[in-house]
Design a protein around this ligand. Structure first.
Ligand SMILES: [Zn+2]
Length: 429
């Protein structure tokens, strides 16, 4: 464990992973206990409450359930007693017997200090752990409204975190300026302007329908499209005034006004705007791809083995690791030769890991001595080696590519790792 405050990125990731892990636990019966202790609550009160619950639980009819619940409360009392007072934000305990396989169960204990203060005391015994108070602390991703338009078409949608959602599309009835048939230029011009005006009113209506109900969450509205139509639409103030205020300037030029246009819009905005959450990740993955394309001279490594090698050499400038990577870094010690080694394993591989022979002496007496989330361990290793590290969400296209094409781990390097040590540039700082 490091003593420095946890990197906020890593803290958010760890918190979410922990909730996923706790949320996945199932009890065979009503025997999983969730206990929320808010700041300021007297520990002695909590102990009194638990003693009472313990006495009550002796009435549970099913022998197994009674045994499991009583064990859980006893265990809980031991955990609670260890606190003199609740931590700054309070603390939540999850204790119980988790169903594994057909008829086995194993005991689990999780203790979570939340990122925000808890505000209620709560005890619950159920067949799943109760997570609502903590889930509400996992923040909603940023929400942006998106509009791409010209006189012929409009598409509206949301940028939610890193995901572009295309939700409304409409073609206008505005006649093309070419091919006006036999009508007088003047009359035709007026007709076009009238139709365009109606279309803009319609776009404003559609925007209001889609965006007004979300106006409090909307960080802003990105408006784009080919040509000058979007500027006209904005300057003439067609949008509802509350939405008009949210339009991000500058407006953005795009080639398309359909779903592709929305993606273009987000790409353009990403390059221009600070504070768009996806900027950094997208940029990094694109840089990685550019380096990979250079083959041997490229400053890139990907896949577990190559990235681990680059980390060992101190060659990593930026580590990119996918939050979709569900692996554990497990350390084993051999009971025969006493050698210890670590390996990253998926959940399925973990099941079979214990029965494997020692890679050093071949004896089958491996014992697990430590286990850590693989993403967290890589992240820490990178930071310790002076690299920067990014946990890349699988919600963006780039993030998905990192997860699928590069096994979830890649690195932008300071120098190509094939280079001989003598030729390496001196380390910075
Ligand atoms: Zn051995």
């Amino acid at each position: 464990m490091t003593e420095e405050p946890l990197d906020p990125q890593l803290a958010r990731y760890s918190f979410q992973r922990k909730l996923q892990e706790i949320g996945a636990v199932r009890g065979r019966a009503t025997e999983l206990i969730s206990l929320y202790v808010p700041p300021g609550k007297q520990i002695s009160d909590v102990m009194g409450y638990l003693r009472n619950e313990y006495a009550q639980s002796s009435n549970i009819k099913s022998r197994t359930t009674r045994k499991n619940v009583m064990w859980a409360i006893e265990s809980l009392m031991g955990r609670v007693r260890a606190f003199k007072e609740p931590p700054e934000h309070g603390v939540a305990f999850f204790v119980g017997s988790k169903a594994v396989g057909a008829d086995r169960s194993e005991t689990v204990t999780f203790i979570v200090e939340p990122p925000e203060p808890l505000n209620t005391y709560l005890y619950r015994c159920d067949s799943t752990f109760y997570l609502d108070p903590l889930l509400s602390m996992v923040h909603e991703p940023d929400l942006w409204g998106l509009i791409v338009m010209d006189r012929a078409e409009v598409t509206l949608g949301f940028l939610r975190g890193k995901r572009v959602e295309s939700l409304r599309n409409r073609q206008s009835q505005v006649p093309s300026k070419h091919g006006r048939g036999g009508q007088s230029a003047h009359r035709f011009e007026r007709m076009i302007e009238h139709a365009a005006h109606e279309f803009f009113v319609k776009v404003a209506e559609m925007s209001a329908e889609l965006f007004l109900p979300k106006k409090d969450q909307l960080k802003g509205i990105l408006l784009g499209g080919p040509g000058a139509t979007k500027e006209f639409f904005y300057k003439e103030g067609f949008l509802h005034y509350e939405l008009q205020q949210k339009v991000v300037l500058p407006l953005f030029d795009t080639g398309y006004t359909d779903e592709h246009g929305l993606k273009e819009l987000v790409d353009k905005a990403t390059r221009t705007l600070h504070g768009l959450e996806l900027t950094e990740e997208k940029r990094l993955v694109q840089r990685l791809l550019a380096e990979i394309r250079k083959a041997e001279t490229g400053l890139a490594a990907y896949g577990e083995r190559d990235v681990a090698h680059a980390l060992d050499l101190g060659a990593v400038e930026t580590l990119l690791v996918s939050d979709g990577l569900r692996r554990q870094l497990v350390t084993f010690r051999c009971g025969n030769c006493q050698k210890a080694f670590s390996k990253s394993l998926s959940d399925e591989e973990l099941e079979a890991a214990g029965s494997r022979p020692c890679p050093s002496c071949g004896a089958s007496s491996l014992a697990e001595v430590a286990r850590e989330d693989y993403v967290e361990s890589l992240f820490r290793r990178a930071i310790d080696s002076g690299a920067t590290a990014r946990i890349v969400s699988t919600e963006s296209e780039e993030g998905e590519m990192l997860a699928r094409a590069f096994a979830g781990v890649a690195a932008i390097l300071r120098y190509p790792v094939g280079m001989t040590p003598a030729l390496r540039p001196p380390a910075e700082g």
